[in-house]
Every structure is written in structure tokens, then in C-alpha cells.
Design a protein around this ligand. Structure first.
Ligand code: 13P
Ligand code: SF4
Length: 350
């Protein structure tokens, strides 16, 4: 069988990454990427990569790149024996839920968790259903399979508003990201309550009274750290900066930004804009990936806030996953089937 030339991979990576990575590192990564491309062929595997992956991985081995929604759609339709999902665990689980007959591998050196997914359990959802009988429940895709199995429909940052509006209900439970819920409530003119795990419910001021969202108090440990002051400081230093904030940021940060949307929508925004400076309030690697593809644009990013879970996935882990079938994603069939229904409803409306 033909083997991939590491020199060819190196030249291709160098043309993309020489502005963001030193040459010796590009060389090392190219050797690993070449091995992966051979393994991928041998195993009839497809590699999916979230926009937060490190640049050397992002620009070498994936067949598909994107945000959570785009990658769920791909996972539901790919025709390969193996899916290697370069993203955190809930994303790999989503691929397994949608493609149960495939081997799904999570190429991570650790658990690859997510503070949002860890913030809520299936029992929390059942308890909320007892407290708010008959109210439809939306789960952000950043949840584990057993939580997805308890809800009516899933959403991502790319379709949260459309999913809430599709329900045609006055009150909607929206879990588990408090800030995303508050941002969606503002977009849809709804009031918002935030349910705390102990049973306390807090009403957040604002909203136009066009219905109610009931949120949960999960937070993304990265996006919750960005502040409106960060935005003001950057604007003082770079008056022409265009500020992009992921909707997992607090509402006052989204308000202070010029644009807020999913990771892929933010990427497209930069590509299509003529502005010279951007401040990206999301995981820092995505700034590297955008900078690599847009050499005429300056990407400012606050890299002191990183997602430690996404950083558990590297090119070396992808090679190990394909060599040793790890980490193999497996789910109880009953949970998978019920979670599939929630994801399928989301895919059908978006
Ligand atoms: P996207 O769905 O916008 O890619 O976001 C996923 C995520 O985990 C952001 O922190
Ligand atoms: Fe989870 Fe936040 Fe990391 Fe995204 S950035 S995977 S929401 S912890």
C-alpha cells in the first residue's frame, strides 16, 4: 500500500502555518500526520475535527472541520468504518448516538470533559420535569448522552434560537448553560429564571415578557472568564477592532461585542469582513486557525483562558487512537436510542 510522504505533508503544513508555528515543530507534526494519513486509509476511517483543535491537527488530517452542529450532521451521514472525533467527549458521544454502527474513537490523553456537560445529570432533568410539568426541555449539545436521553430536543450555539422558537411553547426549559440561556432569552424577548441545583429559582431582570426560559446554572469555564472590561480595554488600544464573542460568554460581554455566533459562524465572519483587527472571545486555538487562513488579518486573542479539555486532543493522540482503538465510545442502547430522538429532532429543524 502507498505510504504518505512526510515531506509532502510538511510542505502543505508549512504553507499554511509558517506564520503561527516554528518550522521545527511543523516538521515534527508533519511526520506524525503522515503516519495518521496511512492509518486512516488502512482502517477506512474518517476524521472529524472541531474548530478548537490545535493548528497542526486542524490543517493536516481531518476530512471534515466545523462547529458542533456541522460535525453532528457529518457524523449522521458518513460512510466509513471508523469515526475519529477530534473534540471533547460529549461530541464523540454525539457521533456514536447518530452513527451507532460505526466504531467511534475519542483521541484524547485524558477524559476530555466539559464544565457544561459536567454541570447537569439525568436526575437533575427528571427533577426539573417534576417541578415544571408539561414544559418542553431543550438540552444544549454540550451534555452527556444520558441527559440528552431525558430531554425533548437538543440544540447547539448555531441553532439555539431556532430550536426554542420551533417549540411554540410559552415556557421552555433550556439546559445547562446559564449564559447561553440568558443570551437566547434576550434574542427571543423572553423573561428568564435560572434553576439552581438545591431547588432555588432566581429571576434575572430584563426580558420583554414574550414567554419564559428556565435555565440551569452551568457555565463554560473558559467563556465565563471574559468580561466587558476586556472588550473596553481592547477597544481603547485598537479603536478599529471588531469583537467576536461566543454565545457561551456572559450577556454583558455579548452586548459589548460586535458579533456573537457559533465557532464556524465567527470564522466565516472574519473571512468575509474587510476589517483589519479582530478580538476573538473564545478558545485561543481557534484564533490561531483563523490567523493561519487569513494572513491579511490580525487576530487578537486572550490566550490566558484556554479549554483544558480540548487541549487533551493532539495529533499524537489521533495516531494512538487509530493504532490502539482508544478511547472507544460505547453507550447503553436504551440511552443511545432516546438521545438519538432528541438529536434527530434538532437536525430535522435546522
Ligand atoms: P460550537 O458549537 O459553536 O462549535 O461550540 C462548541 C463549544 O464547546 C464552545 O465552547
Ligand atoms: Fe466545554 Fe467550554 Fe471547553 Fe467548550 S470551551 S468544551 S463549553 S469547557
Amino acid at each position: 500500500m502507498a505510504t504518505t510522504s512526510a515531506d509532502t505533508v510538511y510542505e502543505s503544513l508549512k504553507s499554511r502555518l509558517s506564520r503561527v508555528m516554528p518550522d521545527f515543530e511543523i516538521r515534527l507534526k508533519a511526520d506524525v500526520a503522515a503516519e495518521i494519513l496511512d492509518l486512516k486509509r488502512e482502517r477506512n476511517a474518517v476524521i472529524l475535527a472541531h474548530n478548537y483543535m490545535e493548528p497542526a491537527l486542524f490543517y493536516s488530517v481531518p476530512d471534515y472541520r466545523g462547529d458542533s452542529l456541522e460535525l453532528s450532521r457529518v457524523a449522521a451521514s458518513v460512510d466509513a468504518e471508523v469515526i475519529v472525533f477530534c473534540g471533547v467527549r460529549f461530541m464523540a458521544e454525539t457521533a456514536k448516538i447518530l452513527s451507532p454502527e460505526r466504531t467511534v474513537l475519542l483521541p484524547a490523553s485524558g477524559p476530555a470533559g466539559c464544565s457544561l456537560a459536567a454541570s447537569i445529570t439525568a436526575e437533575d432533568v427528571r427533577e426539573l420535569r417534576r417541578r415544571f410539568p408539561g414544559v418542553p426541555v431543550v438540552a444544549y449539545v454540550n451534555t452527556y448522552a444520558d441527559v440528552k436521553a431525558e430531554v425533548d430536543i437538543c440544540c447547539t450555539s448555531g441553532n439555539a434560537r431556532a430550536v426554542v422558537e420551533s417549540l411554540d411553547a410559552d415556557t421552555v426549559i433550556f439546559l445547562p448553560d446559564e449564559f447561553l440561556a440568558r443570551n437566547v432569552a434576550r434574542e427571543t424577548g423572553r423573561n428568564i429564571l435560572v434553576a439552581r441545583p438545591g431547588g432555588e429559582v432566581e429571576a434575572i431582570p430584563g426580558g420583554d415578557g414574550n414567554g419564559m426560559l428556565v435555565g440551569w446554572n452551568g457555565r463554560c469555564e473558559v467563556h465565563e472568564l471574559f468580561t466587558a472590561e476586556d472588550v473596553a480595554t481592547a477597544r481603547a488600544q485598537f479603536p478599529d477592532v471588531v469583537v467576536l464573542a461566543h454565545p457561551e460568554c456572559p450577556p454583558e460581554v455579548v452586548d459589548a461585542a460586535d458579533f456573537s455566533a457559533s465557532t464556524s459562524a465567527m470564522t466565516r465572519f472574519v473571512e468575509e469582513s474587510d476589517a483589519p483587527h479582530f478580538l476573538l472571545l473564545t478558545e485561543c486555538s481557534m484564533g490561531d486557525n483563523i490567523a493561519a487562513a487569513n494572513p491579511d488579518k490580525d487576530m487578537l486573542r486572550l490566550c490566558s483562558h484556554r479549554c483544558p479539555h480540548m487541549a487533551e486532543i493532539t495529533l499524537e493522540d489521533v495516531r494512538n487512537a487509530l493504532l490502539h482503538d482508544r478511547q472507544l465510545i460505547e453507550l447503553p442502547e436504551d440511552v443511545r436510542r432516546r438521545a438519538h430522538r432528541s438529536l434527530q429532532r434538532m437536525i430535522a429543524i435546522s
